[in-house]
Design a binder for this molecule. Structure first.
Ligand code: NAD
Length: 359
C-alpha cells in the first residue's frame, strides 16, 4: 500500500535540505520499488507569514492523515520579536504535542571518514555509536504554570515548571529498554535526582521498568556528570535516556562529537510507531541560501523513517550506504570539510548521494 509522507520544509536551510531528501525519495520510488507519495505543507515562520500562525490547522490535518512526517527546520531572527505563542518554534512544539510524539531517538554516530572533523581527539571518538533517547512531550518545555510577571515590588520574574507523571516516565522507559535490547543491552538513565524531586521520581520509575528487562544493565548518572563524560569518554555510553531539556542539551553535545550537527538525524515516535523525522539542527539562518547546508542529517532522517515507520530496512540501508559512499568518494560540505577532500555545496552533495544510490 502506498504510504503518505507529510513534508514540512519550514524556514532557513529547511527548504534547501528537504529538496535534497526528496531527490533521494524519488530515486527510491523510481528504482527500488518504494511506494510513497508526498504532500508539502507550511510550518514555522513560513506558515506565520502566509497564514498568521506558525501551526496552521491544514498542516495538522495533513500530518494526522499521513503515515510519517518529514520536517526541515523552523525559526529565524525575522520572527524573534513575535510573542512566544506565534514564534516558529511553537509550530514544532505544537506538532510534537498534537501527534503525541513522546519518544525522540537521536543516534550520534561518527563516520570513520569524518574523524578529522571532530573537535575531539581521534582515539576518544573513533567508532562512536550512541543512541540518545529524549522524552519529547513533557518536562519543563510544556509544564504549567509558566510565564513572566512583575511582582509586587515591581521586579520582573520568569518561571517554568518541570513536571512528569509516572506514566510519561514509564512509556519512555519502555522505549529506551527496548532500544537497548536491540543494541548492547546497556542503558544509562540521566537525571538530577540529588536536587530535583521530579527527576527523583524519574529514577524511581526507571528502576521499576527495569524489572521487565533483566537482560539490560541499567545505570544512572547526574546530568552534569553526563555532560562531562560525553566529552571525556563518550564511548562508555550505548543508549542514554533522559527528560526533555536534559536531552535537548546532551544530544547537541553528542552531535559535536561526530564532527557536525549537519550529520545527525532524529526520529520522534508516538506509541504506534508513527513518526516525525528531522535533522537535529535548526534553520541555520547564518548559512541559509548560500549552498552551505549539509543535507546529510535530513537524508539520514529519511533512512530512519524507512526503518522505523515503514519497516523497510533494505531501503534504509541503501540510503545509509549511499551516504557512506559519497563520503568515501571525498565529497564534503563546508561543515565537514578537511584538507584533501572535495568541498561541495548542498545540491552537489545531494547529487553525489543520489548518484551513489543509483550506482
Ligand atoms: P542551528 O542548529 O540552526 O545552527 C547552529 C550552527 O550550526 C550554525 O552555525 C549553523 O550554521 C550550523 N548548522 C546547522 N545546521 C547545519 C547544516 N545542516 N549544515 C551546516 N551547518 C549547519 O541552531 P541556532 O543557530 O541556535 O538556531 C537557529 C534557528 O533555528 C533559531 O530560530 C532556533 O530557534 C531554530 N531551531 C530550530 C530547530 C528545529 O527546527 N528543530 C532546532 C534548533 C533550533
Amino acid at each position: 500500500m502506498t504510504k503518505k509522507i507529510a513534508v514540512l520544509p519550514g524556514d532557513g536551510i529547511g527548504t534547501e535540505i528537504i529538496a535534497e531528501a526528496l531527490k533521494v525519495l524519488d530515486v527510491l520510488k523510481q528504482d527500488f520499488g518504494l511506494k510513497v507519495e508526498t504532500e508539502t505543507a507550511l510550518i514555522g515562520g513560513a506558515a506565520y507569514d502566509a497564514t498568521g500562525t506558525p501551526f496552521p490547522e491544514a498542516t495538522l490535518h495533513l500530518c494526522r492523515a499521513a503515515d510519517a512526517v518529514l520536517l526541515g527546520a523552523v525559526g529565524g531572527p525575522k520572527w524573534e520579536p513575535l510573542d512566544y505563542s506565534l514564534r516558529p518554534e511553537r509550530g514544532l512544539l505544537g506538532l510534537r504535542a498534537e501527534l503525541e510524539l513522546f519518544a525522540n531517538l537521536r543516534p550520534a554516530i561518527l563516520y570513520p571518514q569524518l574523524v578529522a572533523a571532530s573537535t575531539l581527539k581521534p582515539e576518544v571518538v573513533s567508532g562512536l555509536d550512541i543512541m540518545i533517547i529524549r522524552e519529547l512531550t513533557g518536562g519543563i518545555y510544556f509544564g504549567q504554570p509558566r510565564g513572566r510577571r512583575v511582582n509586587d515590588k515591581g521586579e520582573r520574574e520568569g518561571f517554568n515548571t518541570l513536571f512528569y507523571n509516572e506514566s510519561e516516565i514509564r512509556r519512555i522507559g519502555h522505549i529506551a529498554f527496548q532500544t537497548a535490547r536491540k543494541r548492547n543491552r546497556k542503558l544509562c538513565s540521566v537525571d538530577k535526582a540529588n536536587v530535583l524531586e521530579c527527576t527523583e521520581l524519574w529514577r524511581e520509575v526507571m528502576i521499576e521498568v527495569a524489572k521487565d528487562y533483566p537482560d539490560v544493565v541499567l545505570t544512572h548518572m547526574y546530568v552534569d556528570n553526563a555532560a562531562m563524560q560525553l566529552v571525556r569518554a563518550p564511548k562508555q555510553f550505548d543508549v542514554m535516556v533522559t527528560e526533555n531539556m536534559f536531552g535537548d542539551i546532551l544530544s547537541d553535545c553528542a552531535a559535536m562529537l561526530t564532527g557536525s550537527i549537519g550529520m545527525l538525524p532524529s526520529a520522534s515516535l508516538d506509541k504506534n510507531g508513527k513518526g516525525m523525522y528531522e535533522p537535529i539542527h535548526g534553520s541555520a539562518p547564518d548559512i541559509a541560501g548560500k549552498q552551505l547546508a549539509n543535507p546529510i542529517a535530513t537524508i539520514l532522517s529519511v533512512a530512519m523513517m524507512l526503518r522505523y515507520s515503514f519497516n523497510d530496512a533494505a531501503n534504509a540501508e541503501r540510503v545509509e550506504q549511499a551516504v557512506t559512499r559519497a563520503l568515501d568518494t571525498g565529497y564534503r560540505t563546508a561543515d565537514i570539510y578537511s584538507e584533501g577532500t572535495r568541498k561541495v555545496g548542498t545540491t552537489e552533495m545531494g547529487d553525489a548521494i543520489v548518484a551513489a544510490l543509483r550506482s
